[in-house]
Design a protein around this ligand. Structure first.
Ligand SMILES: *Cc1c(COP(=O)(O)O)cnc(C)c1O
Length: 387
């Protein structure tokens, strides 16, 4: 047996919180009206469209987030793609993307024939760093005719996608200022942050457009699904049009006035989502008690700390995270190996995107913090039922 080394201490702490029998990274809990809604949806026969659940789900999301308009779609990735198209991202544009995010953020950019341009994040919030972004743009871009041009590639930098990593709100005020100075649109990737607020404003509603995800591993799930958030009525109408095959309203004829997507959220998924959303306050509370339990379990281990919400923010704590000090970061892989072999799904953050095959050739800033966070963060089993 390994004895009392650093990895063994971490395993013991995780086990004391997550139980003796192992735990996955994140799984949903269905303890409310999920079955009732799914049965009602089946009985209605409106499993795809034309029922009541998509409308209800959108209205409930509007109430939770304060967004004036909500368009339910098939995935978070689809929501991002539509959002980027709404702000004018087109073939050959560049979009600023943090290097530390799930690959879908960059994929949504690529689907539009645009190019991700990777920038660094903050060591504390893990969100895009406004000062690093400003310095990078000042050194590498210039304004021509109101557009921000990347001097080395000649391409237009059209948008920036701040990501609320693991549910922690990114520093939006600073990012909005830098984006505004450079004529760059802000699309928030709030896929992980349903229930998280910054200065009491819900994430995903601070920039021009936001994207939510209801994938199976997110805090609230529809099986698969997403939503576009915006306060601008004309963007909302266009998002709905694009996500619904760009079909022009007509009693019987099929007329499509541009190339749209089949990105509608099916009723059956929305039925599940309505029941899940009813339980959001309880899920948020459970995530917080789980944080308290982990904090207690880890308090006697030197060289690591539990990550907590940024000041002035309320985080949904989607994924609980420990940050290990650089000197003990050499143990990262041993911690991950030992815990995973013992049935506890601890995970490193995503490999920074510029180090993935499809994105190796993209333009990028210096990314020292993304690299540092990749070496020193570990996500813990975070399901709400563990609380
Ligand atoms: C989950 C996730 C997405 C994509 O959402 P899907 O619903 O899985 O398509 C995008 N960005 C981030 C940061 C995510 O965590």
């Amino acid at each position: 047996m390994g004895g009392s080394g650093f990895p063994e201490k971490v395993l013991a702490a995780v086990r004391s919180v997550a139980g003796e029998h192992g735990a996955v990274l994140h799984e949903p809990t269905f303890g409310g009206n999920e079955e009732r809604n799914l049965h009602a949806c089946l009985r209605s026969t409106f499993v795809a469209s034309g029922g009541r659940y998509v409308d209800e789900f959108e209205a409930e999301l509007g109430a939770v987030t304060g967004s004036a308009h909500v368009i339910a779609v098939a995935s978070g990735t689809a929501a991002l793609q539509v959002a980027l198209r709404l702000v004018g991202v087109a073939v050959g544009d560049e979009v600023l993307v943090p290097a530390l995010t799930f690959v879908a953020t960059a994929n949504a950019v690529s689907f539009l024939g645009a190019v991700p341009h990777f920038v660094d994040c903050e060591a504390t919030t893990f969100g895009l760093d406004p000062s690093a972004l400003r310095e990078h743009l000042e050194a590498n871009a210039e304004m021509r005719g109101g557009r921000c041009i990347n001097r080395s590639t000649g391409r237009v930098i059209r948008a920036v996608i701040p990501v609320h990593v693991f549910g922690h709100p990114a520093p939006l005020e600073g990012l909005l200022r830098v984006a505004d100075e450079h004529g760059i649109a802000v699309v928030e990737d709030a896929a992980e942050s349903l229930g998280s607020t910054r200065k009491s404003v819900h994430t995903g509603t601070i920039g021009e457009v936001g994207a939510l995800s209801f994938n199976g591993n997110k805090i609230v799930t529809t099986g698969g699904g997403g939503a576009v958030l915006t306060n601008a009525p004309e963007l909302a109408a266009r998002a709905r049009h694009l996500a619904h095959t760009a079909k022009v309203d007509h009693p019987w004829e099929y007329v499509h006035d541009e190339v749209g997507y089949n990105y509608r959220l099916p009723e059956i998924n929305a039925a599940l989502g309505c029941a899940q959303l009813e339980r959001l306050p309880e899920l948020l509370e459970r995530k917080r008690s789980l944080l308290a339990r982990y904090t207690h379990a880890f308090e006697d281990i030197d060289g690591l700390e539990l990550v907590s919400e940024p000041p002035g923010c309320s985080s949904n704590y989607w994924l609980h995270t420990i940050k290990i000090a650089e000197p003990v970061a050499v143990h990262r892989d041993s911690i991950l190996e030992l815990c995973n072999a013992s049935g506890y799904h601890l995970r490193p953050p995503w490999r920074p995107l510029h180090r993935l095959e499809p994105y190796g050739g993209c333009p990028r800033a210096g990314l020292p913090i993304a690299e540092h966070l990749y070496r020193t963060l570990i996500n813990l089993p975070s399901s709400a039922h563990l609380a």
